[in-house]
Ligand binder design. Sequence first.
Ligand SMILES: Nc1ncnc2c1ncn2[C@@H]1O[C@H](COP(=O)(O)OP(=O)(O)OP(=O)(O)O)[C@@H](O)[C@H]1O
Length: 304
Amino acid sequence: MTSTNKAGTHGTVLEDTVAAQDGAIVELRNAGKSYGNIRALHGVDLKVHPSRVTCVLGDNGAGKSTLIKIVSGLHQHTEGDFLVDGRPVRFNSPREALDKGIAAVYQDLATVPLMPVWRNFFLGSEMTKGPWPVRRLDIEKMKQTADGELRNMGIVLDDLEQSIGTLSGGQRQCVAIARAVYFGARVLILDEPTAALGVKQSGVVLKYIAAARDRGLGVIFITHNPHHAYMVGDHFSVLRLGTLELSADRSQVSLEELTNHMAGGAELAALKHELAAVRGVDVEELPDEKDLTAPESAPPEGTS
Ligand SMILES: Nc1ncnc2c1ncn2[C@@H]1O[C@H](COP(=O)(O)OP(=O)(O)OP(=O)(O)O)[C@@H](O)[C@H]1O
């Protein structure tokens, strides 16, 4: 079960791995992926535990998408081991990953913009009632359930009849998170959930990442943004050129150190202010703008 194939592994993989199964739902051991001659990922160790947020950071082309494609069943690893609940797996499709409770929420959410919120919540898994020949959608039950589930996550929308396209990007992400929780996800993979969002909406999404964690899910939070990662993260894995540059628990790395591994973002001060009012998100250790490590070059607009 343990990988013995170290062939070709290079880069700096800092100590983080424990040989024994320790309650991790998902684990990559010395894992990698090549696309033909292109070695997109190699020598990666990663663990996802219940009630913990594992942040995967990295610049463009670092291998973040490749990593989550392996875990979510879109691609198969070509090196090392991928384990779920301590057992080696090799998914043939995202459906197989979902069956193991691993759900991915992507930036371009699979929603139908003109359909109501409740309808999107159940898209593809509609509740029905009545015997087979006259089986029909159980609209009332779907509305009630969607409403209850959203409220359970602390998401209060004025009207579930409104089309999902009228919600903000942040609200749509939150509906998608609540949906994954409802449908039994144990591991939630969030691919750059704050990348396209403004400061305030990013704060809202971070709040629901914390809520998913508090519901016992293991969260993989993919981001370019060390400040967003540090607000909710329990563990930080920084990828560079397809290999792990840093793998550290929260207690082992400061925001400044994390920022040094990534290009710094300038919106932190404003975000810190927004998040001070959000329960369950730790802002104490975040520096003010003046304390920030200066980025090597002028940061681009937005978060990425
Ligand atoms: N299907 C593919 N075929 C060939 N090469 C690929 C493929 N997908 C990714 N790569 C290469 O693998 C490397 C890692 O890409 P990946 O998309 O995983 O990075 P990333 O960290 O997600 O970047 P970004 O933030 O820009 O999405 C890159 O050099 C990329 O060109």
